[in-house]
Each structure stands twice: as C-alpha cells, then as structure tokens.
Design a protein around this ligand. Structure first.
Ligand SMILES: Nc1ncnc2c1ncn2[C@@H]1O[C@H](COP(=O)(O)OP(=O)(O)OP(=O)(O)O)[C@@H](O)[C@H]1O
Ligand SMILES: [Mg+2]
Length: 313
C-alpha cells in the first residue's frame, strides 16, 4: 500500500500486529494503538505472546492469562503461552480430555513444544487466528472488533508470520494443513490484517526496519501499515535557532547534546522516508515530561490519532 492511511480504514481491519527491533517501543506503541482504537468505540483485545507481561505491567492489569480479560473501557488483554494453546488445539482434535492427559503429561508438554521447531510459533499464531475468527466461523458476532498483538522482536515475529506456510508446504492433507491455510488466509488478507513497524531514528534500527519491511512484504506476504518512527528528539528549538547556535559555537554541553540529538533525529527521519518511499511514516516524539509508561502511551496515542486524522491535538 502506498500513500497515506486514514484512521477509519485502519480501524476496519481485524488484526494489527505491532513489530520492530527489541526495545524500540513496540509495547508502548501497541498500548497507544489499543487506547486509540478503544477511544474510537471499538472493542479491542490486546495480546502478548511468549508468556510476556509487558502490556499487563503497562496497564497495571492484574490476573492476565490465556483467557481474555476486560480491564478498562473497551480494552481486554490476553497472554498466549504455548502450553495452554497446545492443550486447546489437541483437545479440539481429540475432544477427550482424559485422552489428552493420558498422552501428554503436562510436565513434559513444554519440552515437547520446545523440541519441535516452529511449533510454539504455530500454536501462538493459531491462537491469534482463533481470537479473530472463532466466533465468525461458528456464525456468531466476533467478541472483539480488533485484535492487537504486541509481537516479539523482528526475527521471532517473522517466524510467527511465516510458519503457517512451512506447514502448508510440508503437510500433504489433514486438519493441520487446513488450519495453517486458514491462518494464512487471515494474515495475508490486507483488508483484515496489518503490521505496524516501529523503529528509532538511529542507524541500526533504521537499517533493520527497512530489511524487516521487505521481509514482511516478500516473505510473510502481509500488509504493512504505517511505520512509526519513535522517540524523535522533540523540536524544542526550531531549525533556524539550531543553525544560529551552531554558527555562534555556543559552548554549552547541554545545548551541544541537544543539537546533536535533534540533528540526528532529523537526519534519520529523512533517511527512513527516503528508503521506504511507499510507506507513510508517523513521527512520534520522545516523551520527556513523564516516566509513567501509561502516560507515555497516552501521549503517543494522541499523536498517532492527530497524524492519521490530520487533526492537531
Ligand atoms: N516515545 C517515547 N518517549 C519516551 N519513552 C518511551 C517512548 N517510547 C518508549 N519509551 C520507553 O522506552 C522503554 C522501552 O519501550 P517498550 O517497552 O515499549 O519497547 P519494546 O520494543 O516493547 O521492548 P522489548 O523489545 O523489550 O519488548 C520503556 O521504558 C518505554 O516507556
Ligand atoms: Mg515489548
């Protein structure tokens, strides 16, 4: 997709996957997007994977587990762990819990999952699919309008998105192949699924974002939404004032640092746009007024909304 996104169009998707390199602000941005969608009146399920609890901590939501739990107006949270996903999947196939318990002693399930390459990812993406499609498949209204996944950092996210194709290629027939095909039908439909790539105004994160963008499109074949350039140094001083300071060679380490960072932000802001000409890049400032993670997410949420609607906060 080229050009600019419109908030309403984005909100019509069913699944948003937030990804990016480690530490770039994925969880904060996922929370910001959740707040944004919930404020537009959607029922939103936010999902963490790999047993992480970063979103739960950010929202200070207690008792988050495998089953979605509502914790705030319009917002629910769930955590996908491979073990319960495995049990749920097998029970769907064999239907008898005693049989499951007889075959899979819970103590060993984790080892079994870890030993089978891609199984944890397949179970995770399978559960994400179920969160989006389960009700519709049974002819019911979906429980959630939008599912937002705080995905793991880039390499893991890519495995999550590519493993269903591996299964489709490897398995000739049967329920596993059908499931993998259903998952692909969801994640490769850009009208239903979009990825949001988060990055920082620095050399490596920009390079990795450009690489990831290509992999998302060509390997995972998923729709890529807006790219979020996070933690830009805020423009406290305008470009002219910065130039004046430079010319005047003001010898103040704080100003020197600020100038350096602001210039670096501006430089990578341009590089990212140059290297991803077909993407809409949203600029997110470093929030320095608070250290509170939820307040930071709220501030980013407002900024994303303003950029997608053209309405200044
Ligand atoms: N725009 C911002 N302004 C200020 N602080 C920010 C901003 N974005 C993120 N942070 C802070 O940076 C830290 C890392 O952010 P976050 O946890 O969202 O990154 P992540 O990509 O999810 O990390 P991980 O890969 O470990 O999951 C957090 O302390 C968060 O509050
Ligand atoms: Mg995180």
């Amino acid at each position: 997709m080229t050009g600019t996104w419109e908030l309403n169009g984005l909100l019509q998707r069913r699944l948003w996957i937030v990804t990016g390199k480690g530490g770039v602000g994925k969880t904060t941005v996922a929370a910001a997007l959740g707040l944004l969608a919930a404020r537009q009146g959607l029922k939103v399920l936010m999902v963490e994977t790999h047993g992480l609890t970063h979103l739960a901590e950010l929202f200070e939501a207690e008792g988050v587990s495998y089953e979605p739990k509502a914790f705030k107006n319009g917002l629910s949270l769930a955590r996908i762990d491979p073990e319960p996903a495995f049990q749920e999947y097998v029970l769907r196939q064999v239907k008898f819990e005693f049989l499951y318990n007889a075959v899979f002693n819970n103590k060993y399930v984790r080892h079994f999952i870890d030993a089978a390459p891609g199984l944890a990812e397949l179970l995770t993406v399978g559960k994400i699919w179920a969160f989006v499609e389960d009700e519709a498949r049974r002819g019911k209204k979906p429980l959630f309008d939008l599912v937002i996944v705080d995905a793991p950092s880039t390499g893991h996210s890519l495995s999550l998105l590519t493993v269903p194709q591996v299964v489709v290629d490897a398995v000739r027939v049967g329920p596993l192949k059908n499931n993998a095909q259903q998952i692909l039908a969801l994640i490769r439909d850009p009208q239903k699924t979009l990825t949001w790539l988060v990055t920082l105004p620095e050399e490596m994160p920009v390079n990795e974002a450009v690489e990831m963008d290509e992999k998302l499109e060509l390997q995972a074949k998923v729709g890529v939404g807006p790219v979020l350039l996070n933690s830009l140094w805020p423009q406290i001083l305008g470009a002219d004032s910065l130039q004046d300071l430079k010319k005047a060679k003001v010898d103040n380490p704080m100003l020197h640092l600020y100038r350096q960072r602001a210039e670096q932000s501006a430089y990578y802001r341009d590089r990212l746009r140059e290297r991803l000409p077909s993407r809409q890049v949203l600029d997110l400032s470093l929030v320095y007024q608070t250290k509170h993670p939820l307040r930071i997410a709220e501030s980013l949420s407002e900024s994303i909304r303003a950029q997608l609607t053209g309405v200044r906060p």
